[in-house]
Design a protein. Sequence first.
Length: 157
Amino acid sequence: MPGGARDGAVGRFYRRGMVPPSGSSSGSSSDSSGSGRPAWHGQRLQLEWADINIGPDDGVVESPTDDDLEQIIRQLHSADTGFVILSRGDLHYMQTARTDAEDGDLIVEYQDGDTSRHYLLQHTTNDPDEVLGLFRLWRDDPAQVHGAAEWQLLLDL
């Protein structure tokens, strides 16, 4: 995991509470530019993580690279506890968390704009590559995630 430094920042990694204003958009459903691009296109991504057992060790990456995403998810997989959230505006995110310190299983969820569209992957996984694949797909084209795996709609959140 990225370490802390003076003022809580190392490159683009920031400790919680040290995050600069994101300037991310609110996740509107239409693109008023007339470009024909989906509404989510161009929204700033934010990667957030926490490992509760070691301090906690947590932080945020603004506009994460693929290497950032891989490093943080693999760290979660090897940790005893924690979570990772990749978000794009309000109420648009994918998240994963450890379910058990002994077996290494991860749960994966995503939300598409409001709580009536919050989904849980129907199986837990011990494969960080599967989680990375889902996170990358969501990052690149959120509309494709629902058809890429079996999801359960979570109600009454």
